[in-house]
Ligand binder design. Structure first.
Ligand SMILES: NC(=O)c1ccc[n+]([C@@H]2O[C@H](COP(=O)([O-])OP(=O)(O)OC[C@H]3O[C@@H](n4cnc5c(N)ncnc54)[C@H](O)[C@@H]3O)[C@@H](O)[C@H]2O)c1
Length: 247
């Protein structure tokens, strides 16, 4: 697969799944715009790795939850590169607590970053894709948005919202040559899941038919397939990368 000449924007690209997506798309020849919010040293390290592997790209710090920041950054990218071909809405946060204990600020922040952030970036980027009559959008959802999880109501709602949004956008943008799909990871070994207690991690592992947690690369492979030429007839789908945890 060759993504040479394509411009990609990956939100939350400084670590975890986002970083693996950045490096995979870079290896395939895309020029990758790495978004991050506050972890500058991790973002610089991801860029350094990308350049070491003979990829190319730049850093774009902004908060996906703030529409003005998203629009400004997208304008800068388009001014410089003329277009964005690939958008990977990866930035995401959790705030885990039983609903009765979850503060409304925490609820709003999770919806603000995960769901509204995905909407802000899609809205800002798809205008140019519509002009170009080409685009590939991949949204990171989660198995938790498909089957729920006690103590993750805000996260589950945000990720289920992303699935509905993905299908609506797939229908809205189909005639413009733009595909919109979602990738739903199960339990992936990252800093996000490292925060879970070892008891919860063990419970998850027992319910994974393939008997292991996923890697960031497992998810990046599915994302790179969806943005490549072989996936031109796939839109509005949720691709599960979960070791069989949810079927
Ligand atoms: N790790 C898993 O098991 C798992 C499972 C299912 C879905 N996911 C989803 O995959 C995506 C990546 O997860 P991860 O495990 O790599 O998480 P992570 O916490 O390691 O990385 C998330 C990235 O998003 C960035 N980010 C957070 N808020 C932001 C904001 N407001 N603006 C810009 N960037 C922001 C963070 O700085 C970080 O770089 C998330 O959307 C997550 O919900 C992860």
């Amino acid at each position: 697969m060759d993504l040479k000449g394509q411009i990609a924007l990956v939100t939350g690209g400084s670590r975890g799944i986002g970083r693996a997506v950045v490096l995979t798309l870079g290896r395939l020849g895309a020029e990758v715009m790495i978004n991050y919010r506050e972890n500058q040293s991790a973002a610089e390290e991801a860029l350094k790795q990308l350049l070491t592997e003979r990829g190319s790209g730049q850093l774009y710090p902004f908060d996906v939850a703030v529409e003005g920041q998203v629009e400004e950054a997208v304008k800068k990218i388009v001014d410089r590169h003329k277009k964005i071909d690939i958008l990977v809405n990866n930035a995401g946060i959790t705030s885990d607590n039983l609903l009765v204990r979850l503060k409304s600020e925490d609820w709003d922040r999770v919806i603000g970053v995960n769901l509204r952030g995905t909407i802000h970036c899609t809205k800002a980027v798809c205008r140019g894709m519509i002009r170009e009559r080409y685009g590939r959008i991949v949204n990171l959802t989660s198995v938790v948005g498909q089957r729920g999880n006690a103590g993750q109501s805000a996260y589950a709602a945000s990720k289920a919202g992303i699935i509905g949004f993905t299908k609506a956008m797939a229908r809205e943008l189909a005639t413009r040559g733009i595909t919109v799909n979602a990738v739903a990871p199960g339990f992936i070994d990252t800093e996000m899941t490292a925060k879970l207690s070892s008891k919860i991690q063990e419970e998850f592992l027992h319910s994974v038919p393939l008997g292991r947690f996923g890697t960031c690369e497992d998810v990046a492979e599915a994302v790179s397939f969806l943005v490549g030429p072989g996936a031109g007839y796939i839109t509005g789908q949720v691709i599960n990368v979960n070791g069989g945890l949810y079927m």
